[in-house]
Design a protein around this ligand. Structure first.
Ligand SMILES: NC(=O)c1ccc[n+]([C@@H]2O[C@H](COP(=O)([O-])OP(=O)(O)OC[C@H]3O[C@@H](n4cnc5c(N)ncnc54)[C@H](O)[C@@H]3O)[C@@H](O)[C@H]2O)c1
Length: 343
């Protein structure tokens, strides 16, 4: 088992990678814990849960709502949860986002921690202290910054993940290599079959490196006013693709990364060999299935992006595989670039 500490101004988190979640949980004092999970996780892993109250939600993005939070808070009152209570989220990014948000607003903040069960949450969503839900179709628009006490990432739990959810995590994993670590990219390229097959040791190494990169970047810029924006590589365009096509998050983001890499080439940043390398790794991982969107539809989403600043947006470009840069550009510029590529 590997350990990493994520340090930010709102607190710090112990991240345990390659751990057996059951034995770690067994050793914890969870007498005041309340578990938040979803029905899928409960049906697969519920028999190993500690004997504490469980709040099980409908699986999926639809649960990330104020109504769900309202229901959880009322349930916490019924369970007589107090300042000594502990919320243990067992699930993917949806459960982590919900648990963190509920924990930070109930009684102005109680303790919480996660057992992270999807590849996407192990490399990204459970780390960094962003908690929140969606409102009126706008993603993550209501939330808090607060750090869980711990995040347990057990790669054995990934064996039960549906294929599309696994692919989703692969997209975010490749993102870390593309924005920050060419050596990691080389390792992925060399071991691509093992990565796709979910080899436990290879995954453990890649998850560790992804978390390390996230900790470096987000630890210094918890509230995303600077370097943390690098983590949005592929997301400005990818979010639009996700909503329009219904593709899993990481697959939609992979398209967004490819388009951002093409823009980078057009602007004289990444060279042709680098661009080819980005395309090749994403294609080999099956992360670039063809997409069909109505012309102008992606731009429509970009205009509504909550991260835009008036008529401008911080867009993430690639200088080369392994090095991303953030540039403030006019929204219209991105819209024109998309139109030029027939999106
Ligand atoms: N807070 C952040 O920094 C951050 C970062 C990235 C993404 N996110 C959020 O994460 C969410 C997506 O998270 P996700 O991709 O983990 O999806 P998810 O939590 O919806 O899980 C995906 C599906 O897999 C099932 N599942 C989870 N673990 C399983 C397992 N081990 N075996 C079998 N089935 C399992 C779930 O029940 C669900 O149906 C989005 O809402 C996104 O906004 C947050």
């Amino acid at each position: 088992m590997e350990k990493l500490t994520f340090k930010a101004s709102s607190g710090s988190t112990e991240i345990l990678i390659g751990a057996d979640w059951k034995s770690i949980i067994d050793k914890m004092d969870l007498s005041r814990a309340i578990i938040i999970t979803d029905h899928n996780i409960r049906s697969i892993y519920g028999s190993y849960f500690p004997r504490v109250p469980v709040i099980a939600l409908e699986p999926g993005e639809g649960s990330k709502s104020i109504d769900t939070i309202d229901g959880i808070l009322k349930e916490l009152l019924i369970l007589e949860a107090d300042r000594s209570s502990f919320l243990l989220g067992i699930g993917g990014g949806v459960i982590c986002d919900i648990t963190g948000f509920a924990a930070t607003i109930y009684m102005r903040g109680i303790r919480f921690g996660f057992v992270s069960t999807t590849l996407l949450s192990q490399v990204d969503a459970s780390i960094g202290g962003k908690n929140g839900v969606n409102l009126s179709g706008v993603k993550n628009i209501v939330g808090t910054f607060a750090q869980p006490e711990f995040v347990i990432c057990d790669q054995n739990m990934l064996a039960t993940l549906p294929e599309a959810e696994y692919a989703s995590g692969l997209g975010e994993l490749v993102k870390y290599a593309l924005i920050r670590d060419e050596e990691m990219l080389g390792f992925i390229e060399e071991n691509i079959d093992a990565v796709i097959a979910g080899d436990r040791e290879i995954l453990k190494r890649l998850i560790y490196r992804s978390v390390e990169i996230k900790a470096e970047i987000a630890g210094n810029d918890e509230r995303e006013v600077g370097e943390r924006r690098l983590l949005n590589f592929g997301h400005t365009v990818g979010h639009g693709i996700e909503v329009l096509t219904g593709l899993p998050h990481g697959v939609a983001i992979s398209h967004g990364m490819m388009i951002a890499a093409e823009f980078s080439f057009d602007d004289g940043l990444i060279d042709i060999a680098g661009l080819g390398r980005v395309r090749s790794v994403l294609e080999r991982m099956g992360l670039l299935p063809g997409i069909i969107t109505e012309k102008g539809a992606i731009s429509h989403f970009i205009l509504k992006d909550k991260k835009r600043e008036d008529k401008n947006i911080n867009f993430v470009f690639l200088e080369k595989p392994g090095k991303a840069v953030v540039k403030m550009v006019a929204l219209q510029d991105i819209i024109d670039k998309l139109a030029a590529k027939d999106y």
